[in-house]
Design a protein around this ligand. Structure first.
Ligand code: DX5
Ligand code: ZN
Length: 214
């Protein structure tokens, strides 16, 4: 299982120290929010440029921004490894995913808790990652919505039947209690923000998540 700590819950004043505290994680999850698609504003491609030269970890960028076609190239040029757009954020999902791939990054598609898997079925063959939101996007520290788990199962089945190659990532309310539900349903990557950075020893929480899904 790949663990992706979300820096949304990190200490932005001392991000360097917080990133060192999660050195057992394989990925770093970067939540970009625009105050329009979601009611919160965080960071843009500038944070990717700042982190990129200082880590070899996969930089996993989750764009919660309206019309992401305006910004995906910036994220790729800044050094993002994975750029994930929300299915609900643009009428041009296929085009934007292709833009990400053309720019040399892996392309992901995310679905909100209220969005069915059917909505992204036409692009499943082309994506490298599908992100199932298990909370409504915008904030860290919200409770996991169990009704979203069946979408992970559906995506795992569709992948097997059609021989698709995407990773399944789950984001929102991940703890040692909810992680096993996601693993059982077929998840490959778990994003966790408050659970990891809210602890005295973030690496210990990464261990706990790995133990929980063993
Ligand atoms: C929510 C973000 C998440 C967030 C998860 O909109 O996409 O990545 O950081 O935070 P936790 O793990 O605290 O629910
Ligand atoms: Zn996220």
């Amino acid at each position: 299982m790949i663990i992706a700590p979300s820096i949304l819950s990190a200490d932005l004043y001392d991000l360097k120290t917080d990133l060192e505290k999660v050195d057992e994680a394989e990925w770093i999850h970067i939540d970009s929010m625009d105050g329009q698609f979601v009611p919160n504003i965080t960071f843009g491609a500038n944070i990717v440029s700042a982190i990129r030269p200082r880590t070899t970890k996969t930089l996993d960028c989750h764009l919660m921004i309206a019309e992401p076609e305006r910004y995906v190239r910036d994220f790729c040029e800044a050094g993002a490894d994975v750029v994930t757009i929300q299915a609900e954020s643009t009428p041009h999902v296929h085009r934007v995913l292709q833009m990400i791939k053309d720019a040399g990054a892996k392309a992901g598609i995310a679905i909100n808790p209220g969005t069915p898997v059917e909505r992204i079925q036409p692009v499943l063959a082309m994506v490298d990652l599908v992100l199932v939101m298990t909370v409504n996007p915008g904030f860290g520290g919200q409770d996991f919505l169990p009704e979203t788990v069946s979408k992970i199962t559906t995506l795992a089945q569709l992948r097997e039947v059609n021989e698709y190659s995407y990773l399944i990532e789950v984001d929102g309310g991940i703890t040692h209690e909810t992680a096993p539900l996601c693993k059982e349903a077929g998840a490959d990557v778990l994003v966790a923000g408050s659970y990891i950075f809210g602890a005295e020893e973030p690496n210990g929480r990464i261990d706990q998540l790995k133990q929980a899904v063993k």
